[in-house]
Design a protein around this ligand. Structure first.
Ligand code: PLV
Length: 322
């Protein structure tokens, strides 16, 4: 097997979050991956399997899948075209170009950009890299849980795993990783922001739902339809997947608190998962009996993200406080 592109990231105990949650909180620091998010796990694996002979890759992305594809393509010496929607901030476009990618802005939301990426696959013969909907991505993402298991050792197991959900690729990888680790009964708290809530909408409706629009500022959670596999997992009786929403304000507040307490800047998409602890949601789920009152350690996948800097943080603060 070729050496993977991703790193084995630290699993850090957060004193501040543990105090709030009333149980130990471990942070899986995917923000420290090359390319700035967990996406490199799945996309690295996908490209190693399918892009070796490619004349170029094309990836549609809110930002972070594109960052991973651009990084991997550069390592593999193949050109990368990343198609982003106009909602992706300028700073992401620059970071993608700095990774050597050709960047195209098409449409308003990710689904529009994806249609263009699929067109380029057909017309230019490029290898299409999906940002969340492919078994090779889920296989790559599953490594995050294998590392958690190795870090915790045989005597400790998670009480729950907290993840953000966009198109559902990370969720599918986490489910696969939990199964591989023999932790199928560990509950997953699947977090989205209101306005980027395609998984929650599907769970509520009992079928896949396509949102009319993405109104949340967590643009990297902004797929209008969650992948089929994620929905199927939500219906699977051997798994416990709790789908919950926070507001953009709660996600932003989580980003700020995380910066203050952990000294790490992550984007809104990641703030959604962090907000499960900071907003008191985990405690509420315990009160409601949906998580056990005596809860083992919480593992938060700090998915990271490149769509943030101090200027963008200030911009979001103004926008969301207005
Ligand atoms: N972002 C995808 C999909 O966007 C992208 O193109 O980058 N946390 C961060 C920081 C992310 O960037 C994403 C996905 C997620 C979480 C959610 O992962 P998913 O899509 O696998 O559920 C539209």
């Amino acid at each position: 097997m070729a050496k993977p592109f991703h790193l084995n990231t630290p699993l850090l105990e957060s004193v501040g979050m543990s105090k709030r949650a009333g149980t130990t909180v471990y942070l899986k620091m995917e923000n420290s991956q090359p390319s700035g998010s967990f996406k490199i796990r799945g996309i690295g694996h996908f490209c190693q399997q399918l892009a070796g002979e490619s004349k170029g890759v094309v990836c549609s992305s809110g930002g972070n899948a594109g960052m991973a594809a651009a990084y991997v393509a550069r390592q593999m010496n193949i050109p990368a075209t990343i198609v982003v929607p106009s909602s992706s901030p300028q700073l992401v476009l620059q970071r993608l170009r700095d990774q050597g990618a050709t960047v195209k802005t098409v449409g308003r939301v990710w689904d529009d950009a994806n249609a263009e990426a699929l067109r380029l696959q057909r017309t230019e013969g490029l290898t299409y890299v999906p940002p969340f909907d492919h078994p090779l991505l889920w296989h790559g993402h599953a490594s995050v849980i294998a590392e958690v298991a190795a870090s915790l050792g045989p005597s400790e197991r998670p009480g729950a795993v907290l993840v953000s959900v966009g198109g559902g690729g990370l969720l599918c990888g986490v489910v696969q990783g939990l199964r591989d680790a023999g932790w199928t009964d560990v509950p997953i708290v699947a977090m989205e922001t209101a306005g980027a809530d395609c998984f929650n909408a599907a769970v509520k409706a009992g079928r896949l739902v396509t949102l009319d629009d993405i109104t949340s500022e967590a643009k990297c959670l902004g797929a209008k339809t969650v992948c089929k596999k994620a929905f199927e997992y939500s219906q699977c009786s051997e798994l416990t997947i709790i789908s919950e929403l926070v507001t953009d304000q709660q996600a932003l507040h989580a980003v700020e608190t995380f910066l203050d307490e952990e000294r790490v800047l992550v984007e809104m998409a990641c703030g959604a998962a962090l907000a499960a602890v900071y907003s008191g949601l985990v405690r509420r789920l315990q009160d409601e009996g949906r998580l056990p009152a005596l809860l083992g350690p919480l593992v938060v996948i700090v998915c990271g993200g490149s769509s943030i800097d101090m200027e963008q943080l200030t911009h979001l603060k103004h926008k969301l406080q207005a």
